[in-house]
Design a protein around this ligand. Structure first.
Ligand SMILES: [Zn+2]
Ligand SMILES: [Zn+2]
Length: 339
């Protein structure tokens, strides 16, 4: 049995573009004990591949975290599949609002030691003692209280293009760095109302339990994250307090929640929230670039990268050897050149 894709990326992407049907982009997660993650992974793969589901799914002993796209005509079968699958019954699905269905072009189900790399020793505290889950409406109300401390539990490259009013946006690149940063930054605010939020809610599950363990009294989290907040405000006509774009980890990179552009082009400083990976495969840094600079630099993050973009394969190979590295994926955030 083949449990992985054997076709290259470009061909897969091309196939996706030619599909004559729509896809639903969704995400879900659950913390629960999976005794045998490898076996669980294989069973999921076998079930989903037959419906041509795509996505990135992490399976660990502590649970499952999935971001997927499902062909519309298989969506009911997919939901029934979850319903009859051990541990996945009554799973709340978060469906993307701004969506062309082109978010993934293959199915990747991976076994990991954790579903979110948090750097925490889970035996050291009660991970089930989480904060209060707030609806969009309750979250808005809590935002209005003068003493509330709002913390964006995502990374800097995510909060840079969009975040809630008043939010503290930690200058970190990973969730692992995020927790100690927040704990020390908020050390004198243990008696305050703390509001946490992230993309889909999963990071706040761990973060809230950790903060409570550290002695924070009133820890709250946005239930379903920004993705579900966007759905709720649309459905219920609530005021939107999120400014800009919600960064998502798929081909779309961002999902627009409000029309405001709150970030700048990293090259010229003009207003822009156009995120992309540097076109130079040797770099691949995630950055923000306006249309004008994209044309000028051929979607590269610097003139050096633009130069490397035009090297031939042998020259690129030499360069990699010289640097003693393999092509890698960097998602490091960096500041605009002029600030
Ligand atoms: Zn620019
Ligand atoms: Zn670059």
């Amino acid at each position: 049995m083949i449990l992985h894709n054997r076709v290259n990326r470009n061909e897969l992407r091309e196939r996706l573009m030619k599909e004559p049907f729509h896809r639903v982009t969704l995400s879900f997660y659950r913390y629960f004990t999976i005794e045998n993650p490898e076996e669980y992974r294989d069973q999921l793969y076998v079930m989903w591949v037959k419906w041509s589901c795509f996505g990135r799914i992490y399976v660990a002993r502590e649970g499952i975290n999935a971001q997927m796209s499902i062909p519309e005509h298989h969506f009911d079968a997919f939901k029934e599949g979850l319903q009859s699958f051990s541990g996945l019954q009554d799973m709340p699905l978060k469906i993307a609002v701004e969506d062309d269905g082109k978010s993934f072009f293959k199915l990747d189900v991976k076994v990991r030691s954790k579903i979110v790399a948090d750097g925490l020793n889970d035996d050291a505290f009660d991970t089930s003692n989480v904060g209060n889950h707030l609806t969009a409406e309750a979250f808005n109300a809590a935002l209005d209280l003068p003493e509330t401390v709002v913390v964006d539990m995502r990374n800097a490259y995510e909060s840079e293009v969009g975040h809630f009013e008043k939010a503290i946006c930690p200058p970190v690149d990973t969730f692992r760095e995020e927790l100690p940063w927040v704990a020390s930054e908020l050390a004198d605010k243990k008696d305050k109302k703390i509001l946490l939020y992230c993309t889909g809610g999963i990071r706040c599950e761990k973060a809230s339990a950790y903060l409570k363990h550290l002695g924070f009294q009133d820890v709250n989290q946005l239930h379903g994250g920004i993705i579900d907040y966007a759905r709720q405000i649309k459905e219920k006509g609530l005021p939107n307090r999120f400014k800009g774009k919600n960064f998502v980890f798929d081909e779309r990179l961002g999902e627009r929640i409000s029309d405001e552009v709150i970030s700048q082009c990293h090259q010229c400083g003009e207003k822009s929230d156009r995120q992309l990976n540097c076109a130079n495969a040797l770099c691949h840094t995630l950055f923000i670039q306006c249309e004008k600079c994209a044309a000028q630099y051929e979607s590269c993050c610097s003139s050096d990268c633009q130069h490397e973009l035009h090297l031939n394969e042998d020259e690129k190979h030499e360069l990699l050897k010289l640097r003693g590295m393999k092509p890698f994926r960097r998602t490091r955030h960096f500041k605009p050149l002029n600030s």
